[in-house]
Design a binder for this molecule. Structure first.
Ligand code: COI
Length: 357
């Protein structure tokens, strides 16, 4: 594998105190970068100071959105050991997204090596308080300097990193969610299962309208029937109905979340009844009317496990579990964060350790 070159930053920053982190506001001293040109492949893997990079206005990604990204996390445990949660799962998903956008796949081993070298260098930026993490954002952009519509011949991959606190201002407290009726996120045959900026750009108008009405996020319904639950703006969604854990199946328009996969694995291992299937919004409201809707929560890398306290559909608001965090969501949160912060044994081998400095 090509040697990764390292150019160190002249000035290094410092990690702000944990309570002031917010989400995605500050970045570590360095980033990993690698380039691609057709015929040659990925080349010049390097770690350089985080900062501006030069390009021209005609760079194709600005015009047609040929780009993909990931969101992963590294944690500092109580022994001061830094470790990444399920690194290979995320990097493999980057390659799956690449396929949908005609972006060349990466060598997962090479990107992983770059990531862990970057983490080794910038590990002082990993916060340690419960609820904080180092958010890792790998992304690939098309870089041809050309504004005709085609897939690019050149690409650049970056990995940047940001110490973060809770994604939602409400922290781990229940969020209120509006069931979206006007807009749709994705349709089968489209880009819904890829982690690509278009899906997030698509969500902005709906999210702004929902915010203005006092909701934290929107719950997307399927684009054809406007009936089946898909996912929430930044998370997958789970229901606990009459003891059963239900989440929409990966039907081609939903993002296959790594936290979603983790929750399914845990629930099955804990002996719960689990179903990945179509679930209509009527079914959710009916379950509530029958007193069978026990919990709703979202799962995501940034959002972790996020209880849903209120749902609003066609103006009808329902309170889930009296707007309190449910027992199952709490158990998942405690287990997952327990493994991530090193307080619960990592029996599934989810945490990959970073070499100490
Ligand atoms: C993540 O959860 O990692 C995401 O990419 C969602 C993003 C809106 C922060």
């Amino acid at each position: 594998m090509t040697e990764i070159s390292v150019t160190k930053a002249d000035k290094v920053g410092t990690l702000p105190i944990d309570g002031k982190l917010g989400f995605g506001k500050i970045y570590t001293d360095h980033m990993f970068v690698m380039d691609y040109v057709s015929g040659k492949g990925w080349y010049s893997p390097r770690i350089v100071p985080y900062g501006e990079f030069g390009t021209v206005p005609a760079t194709i990604v600005f015009h047609y959105g040929q780009a993909i990204f990931e969101g992963m996390k590294a944690f500092r445990n109580t022994d001061n050991q830094v470790a990444v949660f399920r690194a290979n799962n995320y990097l493999n998903r980057l390659n799956r997204s690449a396929g949908f956008l005609c972006i060349p796949s990466v060598d997962v081993e090479q990107v992983r090596e770059g990531l862990f070298k970057l983490l080794e260098l910038d590990q002082d930026w990993v916060p340690g308080e419960l609820g904080t993490a180092l958010y890792i954002r790998p992304f690939v952009i098309a870089t041809d300097k050309y504004i005709g519509l085609k897939s690019s011949n050149t690409y650049r991959l970056f990995i940047i990193m940001s110490p973060v606190g809770a994604y939602y201002e409400t922290g781990f407290n229940p969020v209120s969610i509006k069931v979206e009726e006007k807009y749709v996120r994705a349709t089968k045959g489209g880009l819904g299962q890829a982690k690509t900026p278009a899906n997030y750009a698509m969500s902005l108008a709906a999210q702004e309208e929902a915010h203005a009405e006092g909701f934290t996020q929107v719950l997307w319904l399927d684009a054809v029937h406007r009936k089946y639950v898909e996912e929430v703006g930044t998370m997958n969604i789970f229901f606990k109905i009459n003891g059963e854990i239900v989440t929409p199946e990966l039907n081609g328009s939903i993002l296959g979340g790594i936290t979603r996969q983790t929750v399914l694995e845990l629930a099955r291992d804990w002996g719960l009844k689990v179903a990945e299937r179509q679930i209509s919004i009527e079914e959710v409201y009916e379950a509530q009317a029958k007193g069978q809707l026990e919990e709703i929560f979202g799962t995501g890398t940034a959002a972790v496990i996020s209880p849903v306290g209120e749902l609003s559909w066609k103006g009808e608001r329902i309170l889930i579990n009296n707007n309190r965090t449910g027992k199952f969501a709490q158990k998942l949160f405690d287990y997952l964060t327990g493994v991530q912060y090193g307080n619960v044994p990592d029996k599934y081998d989810w945490m990959d350790k970073v070499k100490r400095k």
